[in-house]
Design a protein around this ligand. Structure first.
Ligand SMILES: [Zn+2]
Length: 283
């Protein structure tokens, strides 16, 4: 065989780095409602277009020592960081799911979550274009990948006993995930607003959760919300008590949800199993 594991690994990683370059464009431009296609990359200070040889992921940043070739403006280390993270996530998805539709689905999901982690952190924004595209992609890919949850099969066992095709169960799993996860977060947001008289979460978080539910299914999406909330509470407490941020400091809740989602991709199955067996919630 001409194929060898290290070569395939390297190709997937390089693909991830290049995909990460595109995600950087999404992170900078989507919150400003700018096109992600035109114009090409340019220095934010001197507007000089970035030449192809200065636009190689990570490598160019190192060769240019993190500065624009034309004006010497410092380039944020976040650019190579996002590229490296995308490369690692693509490799992780490849190792876990192979070059399959599942592999494509989870690579796409991790990329969108990475974009949302950074846009929420910088701009407290979770762009609709990511959320709506993600919701559509999650639903559209679900019939072609294994059922994410099994909740639909349990709920629709009568329907399934009639000999309904497997893809309808998979699609129902995905749709239920979107509806339940989005609905739950909407109820939390509404409840918080009624109790505290101010907004704790925006509609963007609700849409993000619906999108994630379409990929993860009901139970893993609920675990993701739980994990994201714990992470947000810990970091929030550190921000208020440790760094003297005011109590009205607005946490990037979407960033924590996104980190929790990335965790669920690789550890969601075992975590759910552990949760179900320790709480006795087994089916
Ligand atoms: Zn410049």
């Amino acid at each position: 065989m001409w194929q060898s594991q290290p070569v395939t690994d390297a190709l997937v990683f390089i693909f991830g780095l290049m995909f990460g370059s595109f995600l950087n464009v999404c992170i900078r431009r989507l919150p400003q409602h700018e096109s992600i296609v035109t114009p090409g990359s340019h220095c934010p200070r001197c507007q000089t277009p970035i030449r192809a040889r200065d636009n190689i992921p990570v490598v160019s940043y190192l060769l240019l020592r993190g500065r624009c070739r034309a004006c010497g403006e410092r380039i944020s280390p976040e650019y190579p960081l996002v590229e490296l993270l995308t490369g690692m996530l693509a490799l992780g998805c490849y190792w876990q799911f192979g070059i399959t539709i599942s592999g494509v689905k989870w690579t796409l999901f991790s990329a969108m979550m990475l974009v949302l982690v950074f846009t929420d952190f910088h701009d407290r924004l979770l762009p609709n274009r990511v959320n709506y595209f993600g919701l559509a992609a999650g639903l559209a890919l679900s019939p072609f990948t294994p059922a994410v949850d099994g909740f639909a099969r349990w709920l629709l066992h009568g329907w399934f006993a009639l000999g309904a095709p497997e893809w309808t169960v998979r699609l129902a799993d995905s749709a239920l995930g979107a509806i339940v996860a989005g609905g739950m977060l909407w109820l939390f947001a509404e409840g918080y607003f009624r109790l505290r008289g101010r907004e704790g979460m925006g509609l963007g978080d609700v849409k993000m959760m619906a999108m994630a539910g379409a990929f993860l299914g009901v139970r893993q999406a609920i675990l993701m919300m739980l994990l994201g909330s714990i992470l947000g509470s810990v970091v929030g407490a550190i921000a208020v008590w440790g760094f003297g941020k005011g109590r009205d400091y607005e946490l990037p809740f979407g960033s924590f949800l996104g980190i929790a989602a990335l965790f669920m991709i690789f550890a969601g199955g075992p975590l759910l199993h552990w949760y179900v067996t320790t709480t006795g919630l087994g089916r």
